[in-house]
Design a binder for this molecule. Sequence first.
Ligand code: CTP
Length: 408
Amino acid sequence: MLLKGKRILLGICGGVAACKSLALLRLLMKEGAEARCVCTPAALQFVTPLSIEALSGYPLFHDLFAPRDLPATAHVGLSDWADYLIVAPATANTLAKFAHGIADNALTTLFNAFDKRTLAVPAMNTRMFRNPATQANLQLLRSRGVEVMPPGEGFLACGAQGEGRMPEPEEILRHFLSLSFAKEDAFFKGKHVLLTAGPTRERIDPVRFLSNRSTGKMGSRIADELQQRGALVHFVCGPLQACPKGSPFETVAVESAREMYQACLERWPEMDMGILSAAVADYAPKEISPVKIKKAGGGFPMELERTPDILLELGREKRAGQLLTGFALETDHELENAREKLRRKNADLLVLNSLRDPGAGFAVETNRVCFLDREGGVDDRPIASKEEVAAWILDKLAGMGTSGALKS
Ligand code: CTP
């Protein structure tokens, strides 16, 4: 199920190859995609709304003006809904309209309103494909980010042999899956995400500090997963033992809780999301001694004070549409404590780790988490690699963001 959770619009133009579009629709759905179809009036000479609707389970969008189940602004609604548009077959006529911004039917209007990734699969007679106008239109579309799958060679509907044949549905699916953008996630693409990771260090004197056992592994795996999904990661980290594999959009290396707090607060108004996985020290020495403190009789003279709570402050300043995720590491009364933390810090999602679980916690490759959301949802997951847990966290956030849970 390589397309699980992906929403795909399949655009169909009027060509003999349209009959293969139905098989492509089935293949996309078999891979777990939710697919809806949109077609040009000419496509209906080759395929019927009934067959498309029966296969996809959704009304076909084919007429901008006809009274139907779809709202009058379906071209906008559908383009908001979908992650990708695949146009197969794409005829010379429709490609020309795409290239020149013409919006005169359901598919061309939708294309004009669509700002996500598009794969066009041209299918036409060889001379039409080679026509300089078609080639110039394809070039224009490619320069604007449209992916164009090269047509196959073979026996064409007109009886000729040559370039222009629509590839088989299995080949189109393989091509789509091989594109790097199929791994991107429309929800995260281009979003600015503030991510904290690692421990903080609170200086006592020039040689001593207070810290904790966090290595930054979980946060670094989240950074990698965010980047793979196309997010712009602002990575604010304490001293790490495990770093991200890629280079985040911005890395801010800090030492103390106060430095981390300042770096986060400055950036928060511009962010779409905050994921605070850092193990921030709750207390820091009230004063940092400029010289090494010499040992003396009795105890160690050190007064501690509370550090600023970053999650709490970002939660206070959170504006509508921003998503905030906190972590909780508990040793007892886990659910109760975590629920209280979610509410008090105004987070949208809380990732609870329990130190009681073997294989979870610091400096190990695995983690065991339970998700808590604002609606009271509790989602306990089995032990898994930190990569897998990172993917779950992002899937959870994407689900919350697209379900409209945040609109309020
Ligand atoms: N956190 C933070 N700033 C702090 C302390 C914690 O941003 N000064 C964040 C952590 O990154 C984590 C969440 O708050 O996402 C929970 O941290 P935790 O230390 O478990 O919670 P506390 O509120 O400190 O509660 P307690 O120590 O009492 O359990």
